[in-house]
Design a protein around this ligand. Structure first.
Ligand code: ZN
Length: 338
């Protein structure tokens, strides 16, 4: 099956379909609703119902008014130009999906952003056998090793309890779509009340529909002085760009950074966080190797992250692996997609 890579994105000419294109195209598969994957307005957009709804919310209804939405649930297939397109879970953020394209006895799998560890709620990743694998490798270096979701949840809950017991405000930084909701859910599971930044809370209805629970939470409004003496102590869940406001606050705030980047040596200096919790919605290095093995692909294209190094590591292990840089350089979207 032919695949072309260009600054516009990944294109499958046999099927006349773009995969997470950079700009507007006649037909696009949207693997998930992060803005470096779901962008532009398209003639037709194919994705899971959650991805398409959140894409429309983020893009604005007017921007996608001409886009024909083609929802495809996990496990469902549709036919296009003689190919079968099948949607499979990717466990990255809510609605994230892989696309399996079967055409003329060839099977191509595009993972989008993916992890193999089970999500807190929802469907686990299934990796079907394929001939040609197109995968991300955001964390495709051996230095990246992440906590399990159970270990991460315990670290989040115990840091919150410790801070609250000492009269401090625990503040968890995680990106707006995906991580923030997981942190709020994990805190609610431990009956820890929260204040949640609006950039995160706006997606609560979709996550609640999928089974996430947010317990006793309040919207974060303006100053931390809202947390007045005598009121119920709450943990704060905010986006990383909120770091400056926290540091300027007179409150005793202690910051935890929940991210794959938290496993890097310079993370503490760069974020000013007291607690570093290396947990991600992306696969870590070993998961990427497991993904390649499970797929049994004879050709692998790395499209996002440490593409050159990861492809070289795979080549040294005997794979036919290639690097492309369709989605730009590593870390360019670190704040919104880690
Ligand atoms: Zn993503």
């Amino acid at each position: 099956m032919h695949v072309t890579y260009s600054p516009e994105g990944i294109y499958l000419p046999d099927v006349d379909l773009w995969l997470d294109p950079r700009g507007s195209q006649p037909a696009a598969w949207l693997s998930h609703a992060h803005s470096d994957h779901a962008r532009g307005s398209h003639g037709m957009a194919i994705g899971t119902p959650d991805t398409l709804e959140i894409y429309a919310l983020r893009a604005g209804e007017a921007a996608v008014a001409q886009t024909r939405m083609h929802p495809l649930a996990y496990g469902e297939s549709t036919l296009r130009h003689g190919a079968r397109l099948t949607c499979l879970p990717a466990a990255h953020i809510l609605g994230a999906a892989q696309l399996l394209v079967e055409h003329a006895d060839q099977r191509l799998l595009y993972t989008g952003d993916i992890k193999l560890r089970a999500p807190l709620c929802g469907a686990e990743t299934v990796v079907p056998p394929c001939h040609h694998l197109i995968t991300e490798c955001t964390f495709g270096l051996p230095i990246f090793h992440f906590l399990s979701r159970e270990e991460a949840a315990l670290r989040i809950q115990s840091f919150a309890r410790q801070c609250l017991a000492e009269g401090d405000t625990p503040a968890f930084l995680g990106y707006a779509l995906g991580r923030g909701q997981e942190i709020a859910h994990v805190l609610a599971q431990a009956a820890i009340p929260t204040r949640v930044h609006g950039a995160i809370a706006r997606y609560f209805p979709w996550y609640q529909r999928a089974g996430y629970q947010f317990g006793d939470w309040q919207p974060y409004t303006s100053a931390l002085s809202k947390q007045d003496a005598g009121s119920l102590p709450r943990a704060l869940v905010a986006v990383p760009s909120f770091r400056g406001a926290l540091q300027a606050s007179a409150q005793r705030v202690r910051v935890a950074y929940v991210s794959g980047w938290a496993s890097m040596d310079n993370a503490r200096a760069r974020t000013g966080a007291e607690e570093l919790i290396p947990y991600s919605d992306h696969a870590d290095f070993q998961e990427l190797l497991d993904l390649v093995q499970r797929s049994a692909a004879s050709r692998i294209d790395a499209v996002h992250g440490f593409t050159e190094t990861f492809a070289r590591i795979l080549s040294q292990r005997g794979h036919d692996a290639h690097a492309t840089t369709v989605f730009g350089e590593r870390g360019a979207d670190e704040e919104t997609s880690d």
